[in-house]
Design a protein around this ligand. Structure first.
Ligand SMILES: [Zn+2]
Length: 419
């Protein structure tokens, strides 16, 4: 007999408790140490994909493979030997494309138009699931597009299973010590129960029930003026879709409810997954910071595909333009580290960004681009994907020249400040 500690079932059967705050310490906990995954990986494993692939699956496999420096074998289902089924397998792809699904012995049942997990049917095109055990990992669903839902906004391997619907995490859970019982919850339900909803024409606001002093009209007004000013400043179009803005009261709320489960440790002020912004508290500048990311995203595509030097740089540059003191502080940091940064590593495919000094320096760097080339060139650069390569195209110089010019500019800018 399987026992289910199911928060949402409890609520469905007790409508009078509907709006009660769900205590986040009782919901499934994300394992920041990824113990199951580490054990799985330590024994060696093989990636398995169906014989039928498409460009999405191929591209995703390139990404997953790069996590392990391309040392892991990728086998098509038909290449699996009998002995392989006894080994650790990381199964990726569209469930219906696998011929012998049952042989993987996963608790995910293949049906004609989708799959069943723990008694529930998932038959929509974009339904997917990530599942992790010590000898199986599955990133699968009804379409290869589901793989994006599984990975975004963050890594899901710290939960035993996560259902994604419409490319968003919904139901998630962990097996308890006795592997027949589980702790499960639902992000949609947390959002419904723990937040007050304030729809407006401009934005949809969701405020944690733990926050009691706020003024939605004021917040809306402040963000409207920010949007106007920011779009004018960068010559950008207004965001196309209405943003959902979530205001959280503490670290656990922002991490769990935003779906950025893997941002363990540290203190997070704001996050911006697709179509949403999340902040701890209702500070105008914090909300505007995340909103600014959304405006750039709406104009030039996801910030996840951009390097932090640009995506954070534009925001810092904007706020510094209103705050000379802050700019001088940032300039000081950039000047001190002028030769201490591996600039190419900040602009290459992996786009490293340390959330300490890179924040201030990225804002100064953005000012260099604007001062030297103007806003339109900055935007054109921002719209690209391969930034090291693109410098030639946009600025008519190699990346090395681009950086040398930055250093020259920085020295002059610093001297000017000293005067
Ligand atoms: Zn940011």
């Amino acid at each position: 007999m399987k026992t289910i500690i199911s928060i949402f079932l409890t609520f469905l059967s007790m409508p009078e408790c509907y709006s009660q705050y769900i205590d986040l310490t009782t919901i499934p906990k994300y394992d920041c140490e990824h113990k199951k995954e580490n054990l799985f990986v330590s024994k060696g494993f093989t990636f398995v994909i169906p014989d039928v692939t498409d460009s999405i699956l191929n591209e995703r496999m390139e990404v997953y493979s790069s996590w392990y420096n391309d040392t892991i074998k990728i086998k098509k289902e038909s290449e699996l030997l009998r002995a392989d089924y006894y080994k650790n397998l990381w199964i990726v792809g569209k469930i219906s494309d696998f011929k012998n699904w049952k042989r993987f012995k996963l608790p995910i049942q293949k049906i004609d138009n989708g799959f069943i997990f723990r008694g529930a049917e998932y038959t929509n095109n974009l339904d997917g699931i990530s599942y992790i055990d010590t000898n199986r990992i599955a990133y699968v669903g009804n379409d290869n597009m589901c793989l994006f839902g599984i990975r975004e906004p963050s890594y899901s391997n710290g939960m035993d299973f996560t259902i994604t619907q419409n490319l968003r995490k919904t139901i998630f859970g962990n097996y308890l010590n006795d592997s027949d019982s589980i702790n499960v919850s639902d992000l949609r339900l947390l959002r419904e129960n723990n937040y007050r909803f304030y729809p407006t024409k401009f934005m949809n606001f969701y405020v944690s029930k733990k926050i009691d002093s706020f003024n939605i009209d004021q917040i809306e007004h402040a963000q409207k003026s920010f949007c106007q000013d920011f779009c004018k400043f960068f010559n950008l179009a207004y965001p196309k879709e209405k943003i959902k803005a979530f205001f959280h009261s503490d670290q656990l709320e922002i991490l769990m409810v935003s779906g950025y489960w893997d941002r363990c440790g540290g203190s997070i002020g704001g996050l911006s997954p697709k179509g949403e912004i999340h902040t701890k508290g209702t500070s105008t500048e914090l909300i505007s910071h995340e909103f600014g990311h959304k405006i750039f995203e709406s104009n030039f595509g996801s910030s996840d595909d951009k390097v932090g030097y640009l995506s954070e740089g534009v925001i810092r540059y904007y706020f510094n333009s209103k705050n000379a003191n802050q700019y001088y502080k940032d300039l000081e940091i950039a000047y001190k580290k002028i030769d201490g940064i591996n600039y190419i590593s900040r602009f290459d495919d992996y786009g490293r960004f340390d959330f300490g000094d890179d924040y201030p320096i990225s804002g100064v760097f953005t000012k260099y681009i604007v001062d030297s080339y103007g806003i339109d060139k900055l935007n054109l650069y921002y719209s690209k994907f391969e930034f090291v390569k693109s410098t030639n195209l946009i600025f008519d110089k190699s990346f090395e020249e681009f950086i040398n010019d930055y250093k020259e500019w920085l020295k002059k800018e610093y001297e000017r400040k000293e005067e």
